[in-house]
Write a protein that binds this ligand. Structure first.
Ligand SMILES: NC(=O)c1ccc[n+]([C@@H]2O[C@H](COP(=O)([O-])OP(=O)(O)OC[C@H]3O[C@@H](n4cnc5c(N)ncnc54)[C@H](OP(=O)(O)O)[C@@H]3O)[C@@H](O)[C@H]2O)c1
Length: 259
């Protein structure tokens, strides 16, 4: 085992993990690193087009299980959960990575109020806020009643209301703030039934993916992370989570993000 192999040993042995939004960017890297993790039994990689998920040639893919899932299509979420209900009895980690800031169809983060478009606002809510909620609705019932488990959603510092000093990005900021409320609500309700469950939001930092690529020019030197580094940092945080983290939003460096 190499010294930088990620571990999830706080959640047990041979655990199943689910990555939603696995096709590109951070999601694909979560899948890659989890396939190398000695504590993981199976990696369920859910995305809109599983055929588009390509991994480096040296990735051990025997434990990879692609699933078709669109977070804006509840029937597809229910169908994917039904597959796991049939084939998995050790789901311990649910990772919501799917997110949207801009689309090839023309959705762009708003610079000013005049840029706001109702359809873009609603689409951001559907993917960034409603997506994690529906994933929780259908997959949480597969979690263990008392063993340690984690439900984590990729959030963003710009979703913090208290930290907002720049303005702009109405749809993304508002949808990530809504996602944070969803995570907080889940952290209150779900542990009543799943006593070992921790629900958190995670901010990965600014990471070199298609999502951030149009906005990287002003990122300070050393603050644009590779996906490899960002995912390694977040998996270390997930493995170290404790009861004091329940319902919070945690940045890549372990700091709490204010609501
Ligand atoms: N990169 C950053 O600097 C940064 C910073 C803060 C937070 N984040 C958050 O981190 C997460 C991952 O971002 P990223 O940088 O990896 O973005 P990315 O490279 O643009 O990847 C976005 C992922 O979300 C998936 N997705 C979008 N709409 C979906 C839908 N309707 N159903 C299922 N999957 C869908 C995409 O799948 P398709 O291939 O099907 O489109 C893709 O796998 C997001 O939640 C983002 O808000 C990123």
């Amino acid at each position: 085992m190499s010294s930088d192999t990620v571990r999830l040993d706080r959640m047990g042995e041979d655990i199943d993990v689910l990555v939603v939004g696995a096709s590109r960017g951070l999601g694909r890297e979560f899948v890659r690193q989890l396939l190398h993790c000695p504590d993981v039994g199976r990696v369920w990689a859910a995305c809109r087009r599983p055929a588009s998920l390509t991994l480096p040639a040296d990735t051990p893919t025997a434990l990879l299980h692609p699933l078709t899932l669109d977070v804006t299509d509840e029937a597809s979420i229910a169908a994917a959960a039904a597959v796991l209900e049939q084939d998995s009895n050790s789901l311990r980690l649910i990772l919501n990575v799917a997110g949207v800031l801009h689309t090839p169809e023309g959705m762009q983060p708003e610079r000013r109020l005049a840029d706001v478009q109702a359809e873009h606002m609603l689409w951001s809510y559907r993917v960034n806020a409603l997506g994690p909620l529906l994933v929780a609705k259908h997959f949480s019932q597969l979690l263990p009643r008392s063993d340690p488990a984690v439900f984590a959603s990729l959030s963003a510092r710009v979703g913090s209301i208290g930290d907002n000093r720049l303005g702009g990005w109405y749809a993304y900021r508002a949808a990530k703030a809504a996602q944070n409320m969803v995570t907080r609500n889940l952290s209150i309700e779900l542990p009543r039934r799943y006593r070992g469950l921790l629900c958190v939001g995670l901010h990965p930092g600014t990471v070199d993916t298609e999502l951030s690529s149009p906005f990287q020019a002003n990122v300070p030197e050393g603050k644009l992370f590779s996906v490899e580094r960002a995912v390694r940092q977040l998996l270390a945080i997930i493995n170290a989570l404790g009861p004091e983290d329940q319902g919070s939003c945690i940045a890549w460096d372990g700091q709490r993000i204010p609501w």
